[in-house]
Design a binder for this molecule. Structure first.
Ligand code: MP5
Length: 201
């Protein structure tokens, strides 16, 4: 099955659209986004990915074979991604340790608390939601933009394969509450995009 026709995506309905589209993304795609707004997103997304790395490490510890393989491979990609963020932030003269915005903090707290308290079946639906949302959001943009490197990071074939694998695991692991958690992820994604345009807490 194509990742985009996954039952969790179809089941999320309008929330899926809200979590994967935003004026911020449109402005990245057409190159009209002010640099300052981009920089604020970059520093908050770095903090998000740091938090996701913690949650995913706990998830890896709880996920059975053979699905654990995808989670561990994803963790290794997160480690490389943190290096990539750090180099972009330093090139732009942005501190790594800015204050997390409450929206970013709430999303990360949800992921880390879920990783500790929920069964791995549900964590797989959550991780699929996190990654599928970014794949859909960024791959819809025109890669001629000045932000092409960012668009490509979340639109390439390797990333799509990863999302496809997570979607298959979420189907195989199947849990009755999977849709509830997937929808929570979409609501967090929607708030994250809103935050990028209005960053004052
Ligand atoms: C992702 C992200 C994708 N970087 N930020 C948000 C708010 N949601 C999802 O995660 P990754 O690890 O960068 O692919």
């Amino acid at each position: 099955m194509e990742w985009i026709s996954h039952p969790l995506i179809v089941g999320a309905g309008e929330l899926w659209r809200e979590g994967t589209r935003s004026p911020f993304l449109q402005a990245i795609g057409d190159g009209s986004l002010p640099e300052e707004a981009f920089n604020r997103w970059l520093s908050q997304d770095y903090l998000f990915v740091k938090g996701l790395t913690v949650a995913q490490a706990v998830q890896a510890a709880k996920t059975p074979r053979p699905m654990q393989k995808s989670v561990i491979a994803g963790l290794s990609a997160l480690d490389a991604e943190l290096d990539w963020f750090e180099s972009h932030l330093s090139q732009r003269g942005i501190r790594l340790n800015v204050e997390p915005h409450p929206v970013c903090r709430r999303y990360v707290d949800y992921l880390i608390a879920s990783a500790y308290s929920l069964p791995p079946e549900l964590m797989m639906a959550i991780l699929f939601g996190v990654e599928a949302a970014y794949l859909a959001a960024w791959s819809a943009l025109n890669s001629d933009s000045p932000y092409a490197e960012f668009i490509q990071r979340w639109s390439g074939d390797a990333f799509e394969d990863y999302v496809q694998q997570l979607g298959q695991h979420a189907l195989d692991m199947n849990h009755p509450d999977a849709q509830i958690e997937f929808n929570r992820v979409m609501a967090h994604e929607r708030e994250f995009w809103r935050m990028t345009l209005d960053l004052e807490p």
